[in-house]
Write a protein that binds this ligand. Sequence first.
Ligand code: ARG
Length: 604
Amino acid sequence: NMIRFLVASRLRVPVRLYAKMAYSAADPSTCALDAFRSSIAQRVSAALSPLTVDQVYSGVDYGKKGVDFTIALPRFKMGKPDDLAAKVLAQFQPDEYIESVTHDKAFLHFQCTSTTLIRDILTQVHTLTHLSPTPCYGSNASGKGKKVLIEYSSPNIAKSFHVGHLRSTIIGAFLANLYKSCGWDVVSLNYLGDWGTQFGLILAGYEKYGSEEELQKDAIQHLLSIYVQVNKDAETDPEVKVEAARWFKRMEDGDEAALKNWRVWRELSVKKYAEEYERLNVAFDEYTGESQVGQEWQDKALARLEEMSLIEEDNGARKVNLEQWKMGKPVLRKRDGTSIYLTRDIGAAIERYEKYKFDKMIYVIASQQDLHVAQFFKIIDLMQFPWAKTLEHVNYGLVQGMSTRRGTVVFLDQIIREAGQVMHEQMQKNEEKYAAVEDPETVSREIGITGVKIQDMAAKRINNYTFNWDRMKSFEGDTGPYLQYAHVRLSSMSRKNPELLPLPHPSQIDVSSLAASSHAREIVFLLGSYPDVVKVAMKTYEPSGVVTFLFRLSHAISSAWEVLAVKGEPDLEKARARLWMYECARDVLGSGMRLLSIRPLDRM
Ligand code: ARG
């Protein structure tokens, strides 16, 4: 391997060709930086036997400030760092991958050879974006052959689609994109709250308050208003609740008369949601819901827990005692025999396994429901399903203060509309620029949605945050509009410099001018780290890591504009190399935005 590696690196064969000799974690065919890390690992392992290349490789970290890669020597537990460093330094010969090594206390710092770094990374970005069947720079095949079910959004029909559902939608869409880019077969599910006593209430109120016309106009809105009115009635008239329970019981028993209206409501609501999800650039493979869960497994769950003596009667209702796991005693079946949220979740999970035989199933649900999710995972586990361990709960904190100028937001379409309007007004403030925008409605809506999404994903999921329209619409600072602007500006480069097009084949572009620029080096190194950003996101499930990366990249680019100008650069070789770099930067910025479910704009 060592010999093959040396031969390969001397001959400067394309990174793809020696992908096979790499260590478990290294794959230069998808991450050019892996070749540089491999080179470091080879050298250090050769100098410090019996350390294996693999052992060293996993200790090659990104360096801080101006350092490409760093190794913390104490991690090898092989004696004094000074002695180890001396050995590595004594044997060191610069080559095309690594140009220098320095020793600083417990650390070894390595610098990559700039020309190779720039050529290899830009070539890889270009090749995997433009010369492969589908753009795939940043992707990897770690999930090949595996299937994941991701359940997210899951609003309640006839109740409001609140910002909590919006967060689930945004985070879930990100996870679905992320898993796809790691080679997984992804099935995305929307588990609608389309069953339960609230429908009994609406059925009870429909005769009094229902209107066919209103329903056709906006089903979601109409059903919510009925729901609100009936609830008010129920405050003064206890009969309402009784009647509602009767209606729901009829639904559970499959009474066609009760189900007829419900079916229409569901269909109209799904149609409306699907349109709104489209605007958000979010899609589901399946709209399922609590109503779709069969009785069989709910009964079996109860029987199994009964066998384990965990079931207790309480005034006709049946509860499961999960106190030994500090999870309380949730009700599993009501006194009238109707099911509840928890039982339906249990049944649904089992049915999904039967149907999809997933390798993993992820639920994106607010942290307010942590206990509920823990209870239902526990019950699946107690039922001894081997796949119980593959269930994952991705939780998130509250959003505060998201209301429109007219009042509290309860509907998704209000949020989308408000975001577009706020953005539109903002853009109109700059008359000259505004006049140049071709389709201000669409552009402002897209930027508005970007603003909402970026604000949502900017911090760790678990944090609560307060939504701020002023921040959302700002083109300055780390905001959605700023990112879109950065992408638009990069996209305009080739439009503004047609005389440089088409760019020559990557092998014909002279990158030496870029190698000499610290600005270019910084940008390109960031581009090279994008495949790692994706891998880290797979571990943390934090979109914020991707957001941070995109801002670092945008900042690096904006500080390069003047120093590395394309327009007006008399040396055409230089101008082409710069244009190529900006195009690669556009590709990576765009991929990262798409990963976050954002549609990057080419013009504004
Ligand atoms: N519809 C529920 C709600 O709005 C969220 C459903 C979450 N998913 C689940 N499998 N329990 O609170």
